[in-house]
Design a binder for this molecule. Structure first.
Ligand code: NAD
Ligand code: MG
Length: 390
């Protein structure tokens, strides 16, 4: 039996993970499931999968969770400390799929000797890559990528020597607006930004795909995971989302990972690693597909990509500033406070304001990351208030 915990179980990645685990009850035993405000889903899954404990990140949900779990034998808990405690229960495998900065601490808590952390929460690598990777090494834990591009790179690197790697190419679908003329983007609505042409994902990452902020985050994620230099990482728009990433080697070979846009592949790879096992994903019919196309990811049209490159150059805590400003700007767009193109402007302005404080020397600590995260959110709020007065 492999023991597993799923952080963010009620979300898009969490539900896909549950789908795979529920198919093999003889192989997996669930210890903890965590969620946010969807208490009904959390309780239903916890009972069905016979979890030891179900935790909501929000204290206000505790009473309902207790009610729904009463008599089931599943323990109920709520709040940040309870999330961290549940994440720290010793298991073989943990899925980190909370969205946003909120996923960092539970992810860190999950790193224990021998545990494998399947990392979907890219935000934790962007804001605290050195901390997360350092803690994994110190604990003797393994981190596996779950983002489709990074899982693809990881798979292309099996058996290879990093010394032989020349470049890594991650692909981008281009998101909801890839075929829109640039002058329409300023007026893009929330509903328009919330629908993805190829992938079915949570709302926040779907909007980040339309703005290319998701790909910007993934540039930084690539650097943190694979320790290549920023110049070695390329982004190319690939509207079909069939090739997820390619690794280029010094002999000129390009190893591509090809598969349907279904996150159960990357989740399942991490779940079965180091082996491969059957997965319920579509088998591609190459003749039916006929062709795959690629376009330049223009940095003038996609300022998020330029900002990510600046962040990689700056290093230190600038990833934390970038992530927090991006999360705040996204909140602002969802709330109707700012327009679609304003998001990149907010992030750029916050990076400028905090640049002196984000790049100091010294080891990265959780307190320093938390502090600069909070400051970046305050600054983003002020910038957005300024925008509203325009
Ligand atoms: P989602 O919004 O569908 O689900 C997020 C989960 O986090 C839910 O369980 C929610 O209850 C929980 N959550 C949210 N705020 C919380 C808080 N403050 N405290 C505790 N729990 C909280 O998101 P998703 O699309 O599943 O994405 C999850 C993560 O995986 C993100 O980091 C995303 O970037 C990454 N990712 C997602 C996909 C995808 O296909 N959906 C692909 C690659 C990477
Ligand atoms: Mg991705």
């Amino acid at each position: 039996m492999k023991t597993v915990t799923i952080l963010g179980a009620t979300g898009s990645i969490g539900q896909n993970t549950i789908d795979l685990i529920a198919r093999r009850p003889e192989t997996f035993r669930v210890v903890a499931l965590t969620g946010g405000r969807n208490i009904a889903q959390l309780a239903e899954d916890a009972i069905r999968l016979r979890a030891e404990i179900a935790v909501t990140g929000f204290e206000a949900g505790l009473e309902e969770l207790r009610d729904r779990l009463s008599g089931s034998g599943v323990e109920a808990a709520a709040g940040q400390a309870a999330l961290n405690e549940a994440a720290a229960r010793p298991v073989d495998w943990v899925m980190s799929a909370i969205v946003g900065f909120a996923g960092l601490e539970p992810g860190l808590s999950a790193l224990r000797p021998g545990t494998t952390l399947a990392l979907a929460n890219k935000e934790s690598l962007v804001c605290a890559g050195a901390l997360l990777m350092g803690e994994a090494q110190a604990q003797g834990a393994t981190i596996l990528p779950v983002d489709s591009e990074h899982s693809a790179v990881f798979q292309a690197l099996v058996g290879e020597d990093m010394e032989a790697v020349e470049r890594i190419v991650i692909t981008a679908s281009g998101g909801a607006f890839r075929d829109w003329p640039e002058d329409r983007l300023a007026g893009a609505t929330l509903a328009e930004a919330s629908s993805h042409p190829n992938w079915d994902m949570g709302q926040r990452i779907t909007i980040d795909s339309a703005s290319l902020f998701n790909k910007a985050m993934e540039l930084i994620e690539t650097r943190e995971f694979f320790r290549v230099s920023p110049e070695q990482i390329e982004v190319v728009i690939h509207p079909e989302s069939l090739i997820h990433a390619l690794v280029g080697f010094r002999d000129g070979a390009l190893m591509a990972h090809v598969g349907p846009p279904d996150m159960r592949h990357a989740i399942g790879y991490a779940l079965n690693w180091p082996e491969r096992n059957d997965l319920p994903v579509e088998r591609l019919d190459l003749v039916k597909i006929g062709q795959m196309t690629f376009r330049n990811a223009d940095q003038a049209r996609h300022p998020a990509l330029r900002l990510a490159r600046e962040v990689m150059e700056a290093g230190g805590l600038s990833g934390a500033v970038f992530n927090a400003a991006k999360e705040s700007a996204l909140d602002g767009f969802i709330a109707g406070r700012i327009g679609f193109l304003d998001m990149a402007q907010v992030v750029e302005e916050v990076l400028n304001r905090l640049s002196g404080d984000a790049t100091g020397p010294g080891a990265m600590t959780l307190d320093a990351v938390r502090e600069i995260d909070a400051r970046a959110r305050t600054q983003a709020d002020a910038v957005m208030t300024g925008f509203a007065a325009r």
